[in-house]
Design a protein around this ligand. Sequence first.
Ligand code: PLP
Length: 483
Amino acid sequence: MTNIQFFSGEQIPVEMHKVKILQKLHLPPLDERLAAIASAGYNTFLLNNSQVFLDMLTDSGTNAMSDHQLAAMMVADDSYAGSATFTRLEETCGKIFHKDHFIPAHQGRACEHLLAQLLVRPGQLVPMNYHFTTTKAHIVRMGGVVVELPHEEALDPESTCPFKGNMDVEALRRLLEDKGAENIAFVRMEAGTNLIGGQPFSLANLEAVHHLCREFGVLLVLDASLLADNLYFIKVREEACRDMSIGEIVGRIAQSSDVIYFSARKLGCARGGGICTSEGKVAAGLKEMLPLFEGFLTYGGMSVREMEALRVGLEETLDEDMISQGPLFIAYMVEELQKRGVPVVTPPGGLGCHLDARRFLDHVPQNHYPAGALAAALYIVSGIRGMERGTMSEQRHPDGTEPLADMELLRLALPRRVFTLSQVKYAVDRIAWLYENRGLVEGLEFVEEPETLRFFLGRLAPIGDWPARLGRALQESLAYSTL
Ligand SMILES: *Cc1c(COP(=O)(O)O)cnc(C)c1O
């Protein structure tokens, strides 16, 4: 992927790949979209994909595979135990992450389940740069407490800080000194911090955190699910790494992590997950649990075909063209929205473009879920499906009170190599229209609210009849002949 300067002076991200297989898309008409979002309880998770035009819900399991990945799937070695496919994947993981053990799992949260069950005792703390939904749920389930030590600008939606995913190292030192290593289950660093807009950490910050962990005898666990984007940002934003190859940067990251786990639904453009470590006791503990929760040691819940695709996908992640495609498209989308005055998270991160719903819908209070309302509204006006990353994605306290999220974001994921630039332009255009008409959008309230991870299956209702009014405004807007 290259950002090519055009004759006009404009910088345009140009794909260094071509489309070989395609899926036909369908843009349902406005009346169908209004009916679909109502029957989905105004929760974009509950829409069927057939009702969606551009699915920007997530990059999880939706990245485009390469021809080499598809070809590798055809030579997968099907066996329950001792499959040659597993041996090949194990070798590749060893080569890339420089760890002695690879423990396969069916997806990222399965790694989190195993690690939390093995390492977290009730009352122990887990300091991290920022939490992720499933990570936190698994730690809390084991009686652990998540302590976030984010960079001072991490939660500032408008920033120029290149590494908003950094951990506050001084705060970590104070915590380790105050609480003592015995009260810390492990320290967790998340690459490309998901919930604050796909923001990276720097290699220097990871190394400083690991240094402290060594000093206090605490394990550093790296969530590498969004490592591909983070690698790109280290390469282009961190002066000291400019001349390093992607493989060398991964090597340095691995040296500063005791346990590395990832969702292969993101990293490696396949499906599945895994944990890499050279900590013998941790590996032994994980391997003991694996057959109970995931599957035998040589597949861990993954199909052999997915394991082959993952092996090739991980190797391809070391290619600069491959890892830059997502961030360059996202930067383009963020900058085009900024030109139109739309509030977005800056600097552009990985994973997707994040609309700042708190500024976008500044008349909707946080307990009326502005980011959720914005997700429903964008679907109505465009057929685009995004994901609420705000108060709806938080869990109620045991006493029933509702914590308000630090940020109210509508995440528009750009799965790697899936969308074209004209589709991104369509999204920008409809978001700009919605911003002009934002006064029409009001909040949502829960009508069915699950206790755990309520954002997945919860059902909501609009406060007032704003969806219908929004639809009428779109219909009346002369600018659009296609609704
Ligand atoms: C998606 C994700 C996970 C969970 O992975 P799944 O494969 O969806 O279970 C964990 N951590 C981060 C940072 C993620 O983005």
